[in-house]
Design a protein around this ligand. Structure first.
Ligand code: G6P
Length: 602
């Protein structure tokens, strides 16, 4: 939800800012802008539309200077125009912001009475004028005073024409300081820093930083010094690049064997046949599990809840985070709250976790991004270890999340005695095959592409799946709608006859996820019901299932795998179906309209 960068050092700031914004564009791409302190004063260049429009403008007239800030926007207040693009200026001061200032109307009225004139519709401009109003030769003090009057979520970076520093602060929205030699950086997320440094400081909620060329100081919002907690990040620049693929999404789909290997790496104990999760939480004390998440992570959590109930016989429920928080969930100290999130920053998930903790639950984060807010606030973290995911549509992290949740389910099953050592060993043995099986699935990409091409002009799609494959169906539909903009609905297969069956005609492609497993027969009956009404069935089936060909127009085969692990493979053809359809329709796969990868507003 908006990406911000800051630079102070010896390089041309405009170049560093554009490079950083390019890596943060996944956070929003409605407009982009930079401000650089030049010998003639502050220069702001900003443009509606994608970063490339700004980059072209900067090529024509690049502001020269070594101190600057930049922003890529996901619009909240005011449409995506040049005027509403960040940075926002008030006299000699400029500001970039990620978040929402909730009391901005009240502050705006006050500032207008004082004579400030507003050029944009944004809440951010209010903050710029508010800081300027407090400014008396010390930007740090002015920012602190302004923030004491502002309510809401923010990561902000400000600079002043007369000062050599960047001053930043955060509450809720993320902000990372990158440490260099004779230069320092600020960014919403680590990939923007990777070309320059892997030494970072994740600012905590309620912290601010004063960043100069040779010095970084962290304080709380009252001005008290805080220690500089330096972390060395493991991600490499190469991992955050496209590596020869036309899109990040495709690269990430093909990285799934590696991601699964990494998620499972070192977590399967050969001798004892136990998952090794290195958690300090005493898992045996919980009597119920709430898995809470948003978007794709929610579907992974949904699959996780079924696995936990099956293997550990503990009541487990998955829920969308934005609903959970406000419905007064029944939670106590016997509840294990599992926050499932790629970014670890999704505000709905974070706030749901805070709510559950307030009510006494213990929180476990199942998270991909190290050092993210949820990892810091959770009582314990099970890292997904899938490497950086840049494509807005999540792919490799989905399958890796399910793998991590499967390990958790097995662990809980062992602790509660519902899963024997032999069963655990057998399942873990099957899990070790997952990277290779994912690779074997990806080898069929050409075939999946052919099927995508056949249906790419459909205007609607229906996805059906039963039990562990209900989440697969929902994730398949989500992938298709978010990147191709084709209307796609998903239903638990058995629920189809209670409504969506009315949609079926000879035009509607219906994807039925029906690999071999305990739910196969029932799902196949649903598939036949679709066929009997003229629907165009595309089945996802297990190798060797020839019979299904009689009932389906096309079959997307996946390798044979343990039924409990089949969600990890069955979604792969659906990811490629969505990808190929979007490419054929000329959509912007990595940056679909209106979306953002990390949603830090409610
Ligand atoms: C956004 C993204 C989705 C993602 C969801 C949850 O909606 O567009 O791809 O699944 O947020 O993100 P998280 O980082 O919490 O997994």
């Amino acid at each position: 939800m908006c990406g911000i960068v800051g630079y102070v050092g010896f390089r041309e700031a405009a170049d560093v800012l554009i490079e950083g914004l390019r890596r943060l564009e996944y956070r929003g791409y409605d407009s982009a802008g930079v401000a650089v302190r030049t010998p003639e004063g502050l220069r702001v260049v900003k443009r509606a539309g994608k970063l490339s429009t700004l980059a072209e403008a900067l090529e024509r007239e690049k502001p020269q200077g070594t101190l600057g800030i930049g922003h890529t926007r996901w619009a909240t207040h005011g449409p995506p125009t040049d005027r509403n693009a960040h940075p926002h200026r008030s006299g000699k001061l400029v500001l970039v912001h990620n978040g929402i200032i909730e009391n901005y109307l009240e502050l705006k009225e006050r500032l207008e009475q004082k004579g400030y004139r507003f050029e944009s519709d944004t809440d951010t401009e209010v903050l710029a004028h508010l800081i300027a109003d407090h400014y008396q030769g010390d930007l740090e003090a002015a920012l602190r005073a302004a923030l004491s009057e502002a309510r809401g979520a923010y990561a902000v970076v400000a600079m002043h024409e007369d000062e050599d520093a960047l001053v930043a602060a955060r509450t809720v929205s993320p902000l990372v300081v990158g440490l260099g030699e004779g230069e320092n950086f600020l960014a919403s997320d680590v990939p923007a820093l990777l070309p320059y440094t892997r030494r970072v400081v994740f600012l905590e909620d309620g912290e601010m930083a004063v960043v100069r060329r040779d010095e970084v100081r962290v304080k709380d919002l009252a001005g008290n010094p805080r220690p500089l907690r330096v972390t060395e990040v493991e991600w490499t620049l190469e991992q955050a690049e496209k590596g020869g693929f036309p899109h990040y999404m495709l690269k990430e789909i093909f990285e799934q064997p590696w991601a699964l290997e990494n998620t499972l790496g070192g977590r399967i104990h050969e001798e004892t046949g136990e998952p090794v999760l290195d958690l300090s939480l005493e898992l045996s004390r919980f009597e119920r599990v709430h898995l809470v998440a948003a978007g794709t992570a929610y579907y992974a959590g949904w699959a996780g809840s079924y696995l936990i109930e099956k293997l550990a016989r503990i009541p487990a429920q998955a829920e969308v985070a934005s609903e959970y928080r406000y419905r007064e969930p029944v939670v106590d100290e016997k509840t294990l709250f599992v926050a499932v999130s790629q970014s670890g920053e999704t505000i709905d998930t974070l706030e749901a976790m805070r709510e559950a903790k307030r009510r006494g639950a213990a929180a476990l984060g199942v998270i991909n991004v190290k050092g993210s807010t949820i990892t810091r606030e959770a009582d314990d973290v099970l890292y997904i270890h899938a490497g950086p995911e840049i494509g807005v549509a999540s792919t490799k992290v989905y399958t890796a999340m399910i793998a991590a949740l499967t390990l958790l389910a097995i662990r809980l099953g062992r602790l509660r005695g519902t899963l024997s050592e032999a069963e655990s060993r057998a399942l873990l043995h099957e899990m070790k095959k997952l990277p290779r099986l994912a690779e074997a699935t990806l080898e069929r990409a050409e075939e999946y592409r052919r099927v995508a091409a056949k249906y790419h002009q459909a205007t609607d799609y229906l996805f059906l799946g039963r039990n562990l494959h209900a989440p697969t169906a929902f994730e398949g539909a989500l992938k298709l709608k978010e990147i191709s903009y084709i209307h796609a609905e998903a239903y638990p297969a058995g629920e189809m006859k209670h409504g969506p069956i009315a949609l079926i005609d000879e035009h509607l492609p219906v994807v039925v996820v029906s690999p071999k497993g305990p739910w196969y027969e029932k799902t196949r009956s649903n598939l036949q019901e679709v066929r009997a009404r003229g629907g165009r069935v595309i089945a996802v089936a297990t190798d060797g299932d020839e019979e299904i060909r009689d009932h389906a127009e096309e079959v997307l085969y996946i390798p044979e795998v343990h039924p409990l692990l089949s969600p990890i493979l069955a979604v792969i053809p659906l990811q490629l179906l969505a990808y190929e359809t979007a490419v054929l329709l000329g959509r912007d796969v990595d940056q679909p309209r209106n979306l953002a990868k990390s949603v830090t507003v409610e």
